[in-house]
Design a protein around this ligand. Sequence first.
Ligand code: ATP
Length: 286
Amino acid sequence: LTVITLTSECRVIYNMENMIGRGHYGTVYKGHLEFNDKDQPREQVAVKMLNAMQVSTDFHREIGIMRTLSHPNIVKFKYWAEKSHCIIMEYLQSGSFDIYLRFTAPNLNNPRLIGFALDIANGMKYLSGMGLIHRDLAARNILVDHNGDGDCVKISDFGLAQFANSDGYYYAKSKREIPIKWYSPEAISTCRFSSYSDVWSYGVTLFEMFSRGEDPNLVPMQTSQEDFLNRLQSGERLNRPASCPDFIYDLMQLCWHATPRSRPSFATIVDIITREVATKVAHPSD
Ligand code: ATP
């Protein structure tokens, strides 16, 4: 059992045997917060132990960003125990969304998926309102919460997030390994990121959702980055997943508009989905 003191009032306790997963930067365990005040109940949390090598300025930046965020569709950051190299976050018991999509698929009907699409759009609307570009939006970076009202999803992994300049863009300096299948043409070709490149990735995330976790491959075989970009620039797009509602595929295509500013904003996406849900409730047989 490992105990880490977080404040004079509270500590986190976890067991190495309760590992949830391993990422690039560290290992995640299930643990709980315990308070001196015995009336305050224990709280389940996720404890991310960073590899000592990875505690770089990048990490301090990520933590700085996470600290400022507060939204029901963004994973809540709780503590940063600097000396122990660990981040404490709220625990989301149903795990990462890409796995959930693949394994819960038979029970995942379209109305539930549309609810998740709205959750993600709401979280992204909040982030873009803060001037923040996520740069790694994908089902693998979304976590699923299970609570009394059913499941909801939350955006996580702010390792690549950056604040936009006054012109709404962020220009990445280094071309590190990039999740190309989720990236817009301008992000791949000129490292130019904005809320509109996040909107493109949101469209790819919708594809993952409505295909129940399929890999978003534009072409079945391995192709070079250059060939992939050429295909995007000549207008090729992912196909409509079987059983994807028409309005969702229309929305995906709006997200994949070649011109960034012609894509809908996240606020518009929230409006489109909300309107569609309201129409369905009013006219269920349409
Ligand atoms: P990266 O390498 O980009 O960090 P990652 O998302 O796979 O990728 P982690 O964030 O370290 O890496 O997470 C590893 C796994 O732990 C995730 O796939 C997820 O299943 C689980 N996990 C992470 N955070 C939580 C959380 N707050 N609640 C529940 N499970 C979590």
